[in-house]
Design a protein around this ligand. Structure first.
Ligand SMILES: [Mg+2]
Length: 369
């Protein structure tokens, strides 16, 4: 099933509740979407949501790389996903976000060709997926509690709290949220590399009574050695996020004993093809995975949710990026339950089920290759 042509568009969406973290503020989605069209007429959609402080790429660089990738794969078999992804990943070690957009479009095509929803194409069966909701850095503890109250009111069962402030500033925020939500509510923290080793030890020990699920990326992405020390020192599971992009990182982290959980994001891994490898390595080591996101619309989240549904070892679901979008550019695909907070519904139509509405695509911001 050869690729006939590829459309590439910039997609900008405003966000009503910007998320501030250690590395910066996510105040809008500045994404790139691709539509791969085959000679048979079957097409697939993919989305990139670059966040330079983590992925090192941008909307502009993704847009340029997309043209290169499109030129490279045009005329070739869309169903040979392994061959296509070896080529795409071989083109650059950078630009993981746009590599993931092409990857999810290829999986969309393959699942449509098979007449299956993507999770079934990947060998999975339907299971319940429920996402947490993230609270970014707030100015005051009161503001953090107000956000947590909103999440409780919406019926969510899990909160991810962004931490990583200097010294022990985070402790009061986490304490106040735990007090609000009660002792058994699923609560996890994500430092986004904000602490050094002594600060991480001091914070996690100070939070010992808060029954946290895990500490996500407490240290710098490169600091594998201190992750090992930290994991030995504190009594809280460690989840690697920015430290794990691909299966090579996953293998190193597991062999070093540097993490209990690995956070797969399609935008880091370059898509489902590598995401599956990360999960397989984690599974072989008895480690659970989490699935996360950047600022994807429901398109990118749909692809991620299909992967999570297909692999129960992916036990922690953090697919909330579009929750505060001011507009919804997507037709079909994943949706949040109206009543049960965080419950995700995936359609049973073939592929990942999501596509961008024509009205959301600005032809001036797109090209065809
Ligand atoms: Mg994270």
């Amino acid at each position: 099933m050869n690729i006939k042509n590829i459309e590439i568009y910039k997609l900008n969406v405003a966000i009503s509740n910007p998320i501030r973290v250690t590395l910066g503020v996510i105040d809008a989605a500045r994404n790139v979407v691709v539509k791969i069209i085959t000679e048979s007429g079957i097409y697939g959609w993919g989305e990139a949501s670059p966040f330079a402080p983590i992925t090192g790429d941008s909307q502009e660089s993704n847009f340029a790389a997309a043209q290169q990738i499109a030129d490279m794969i045009k005329g070739k078999d869309a169903l040979a996903i392994d061959a296509r992804m070896v080529e795409i990943n071989g083109l650059t070690v950078g630009e993981p976000s746009i590599r993931s957009a092409f990857d999810m479009a290829l999986y969309d095509i393959a699942a449509k060709a098979a007449g299956l929803p993507l999770y079934r194409f990947l060998g999975g069966e339907r299971r319940e997926l429920r996402t947490d909701l993230t609270i970014g850095w707030q100015d005051t503890v009161e503001d953090t509690v107000a956000q947590a109250q909103n999440i409780l009111d919406a019926g969510f069962e899990a909160i991810k709290l962004k931490v990583g402030r200097p010294g022990l500033e985070d402790v009061a925020h986490v304490a106040a949220v735990r007090e609000l939500v009660g002792p058994d509510f699923a609560l996890k923290i994500d430092s986004n590399q904000g602490w050094d080793y002594p600060t991480a030890v001091a914070n996690i020990k100070a939070m010992a009574a808060f029954n946290l699920e895990y500490s996500e990326q407490p240290l710098a992405a490169w600091d594998y050695d201190n992750l090992v020390r930290l994991r030995d020192k504190v009594d809280l599971p460690i989840c690697a996020d920015e430290s794990v992009f691909d299966h090579h990182d996953a293998l190193k982290l597991i062999r070093l004993g540097a993490a209990d959980y690995l956070n797969i994001k399609l935008g880091k891994a370059g898509g489902i093809h590598t995401g599956l490898k990360i999960n397989a390595i984690a599974e072989a080591a008895g480690a659970k995975c989490m699935i996360g996101c950047f600022a994807e619309s429901r398109l990118g989240l749909s692809a991620a949710a299909h992967l999570a549904m297909a692999r129960p070892n992916i036990g922690f679901i953090d697919l909330d990026s579009c929750y505060h979008f001011k507009s919804d550019p997507v037709r079909g695909g994943i949706r949040f339950d109206d009543k049960i907070g965080g419950l995700l519904h995936l359609p049973d139509r073939a592929g990942h089920g999501a596509e961008i509405k024509e009205s959301a695509l600005d032809p001036e911001k797109g090209i065809q290759v």
